[in-house]
Design a protein around this ligand. Structure first.
Ligand code: 0WE
Length: 255
């Protein structure tokens, strides 16, 4: 059993029980970490706080990671409450719905900006705020997707954001390595989440992914949580700047 007793983790991106952040939070909690869980706004709080209350000792915080002031104040609150930080989970992505359908060539300037700001710049911003609190080293992780590398119809501008995110993971890992802070990404297979709802073809995508993957099934939130627990723990002490696939093997197949 991995023991994270005495460790503090902050998780960004909890919306509801289908959130990947929820699968990760449950696993970190099970391992004994103290949890700070962040939701975007008052609207998200309604559902998120109910889940947070299920994890004894976990505390909810409101933070919209596209707002520098909210990042500053949440990290001030974390410093006050926990003193230090060991683990940071970034499970946040957004592009305007109209940029996630139709032809990529029609990507709007505003959609491009929003997707990159919310999904990529936020990792840089929270990492910079977290690093001074990671006085005993730390583990930062984010979520990415295979479409960063190979074309997935309709993922469009989010694919560019994920490609940029994976590069940011490497640059952050390089910057923060001397402080023994590791930075990695988990590339999860498709999962039915709030972010994936509204994508009309999600059912077909899940089926196609399961058909082609060596394990012939889809990935569950708790399996992503398991990989996150590994990256949060000393078992991965020499792993940084890496993309870890949690996709039932989908990415290895050529045909
Ligand atoms: O990263 C994601 C989801 C990202 C996402 C989804 C939405 C839908 C609602 C970001 N922003 C928005 N904005 C909205 O308004 N995934 C890996 C899941 C996903 O999303 C897709 C996929 C897959 C898989 C979008 C198109 C095609 C495939």
């Amino acid at each position: 059993m991995i023991d994270l007793a005495g460790k503090t983790a902050v998780v960004f991106g909890l919306a509801n029980k289908r959130s990947i952040a929820w699968g990760i939070a449950q696993k970190l909690h099970e391992a004994g970490a103290s949890l700070a869980i962040c939701y975007q706004n008052e609207r998200m709080k309604a559902e998120a706080q109910g889940l947070i209350d299920e994890l004894g000792g976990a505390t909810g915080f409101q933070c919209d990671v596209s707002n520098d002031q909210e990042i500053e104040s949440v990290f001030a609150a974390l410093k006050e409450r926990y003193g230090k930080l060991d683990i940071l989970v970034h499970a946040v992505a957004y592009a305007p719905a109209e940029d996630l359908r139709g032809a990529f060539i029609n990507t709007s300037r505003e959609g491009f900006r929003i997707a990159h700001e919310v999904s990529v710049y936020s990792l840089i911003a929270v990492s910079r705020a977290a690093a001074p609190l990671m006085s005993e080293g730390g583990s930062i992780m984010t979520l990415t997707y295979y479409a960063a590398e190979k074309v997935v119809p309709n993922y469009n501008v989010m694919a560019l954001a994920k490609a940029s995110l994976e590069s940011a993971v490497r640059y952050l890992a390089s910057d923060l390595g001397p402080q023994n802070i590791r930075v990695n990404a988990i590339s999860a297979g498709p999962i039915k989440t709030l972010a994936a709802r509204g994508i009309g073809s999600m059912g077909d995508m899940l089926k196609a992914a399961a058909d082609r993957a060596p394990l012939h099934r889809n990935v569950g939130q708790l399996e992503v949580g398991g990989a996150a627990l590994f990256l949060a723990s000393p078992l991965s002490s020499a792993v940084t700047g890496e993309v870890l696939y949690v996709d039932c093997g989908y990415n290895i197949m050529g045909f």
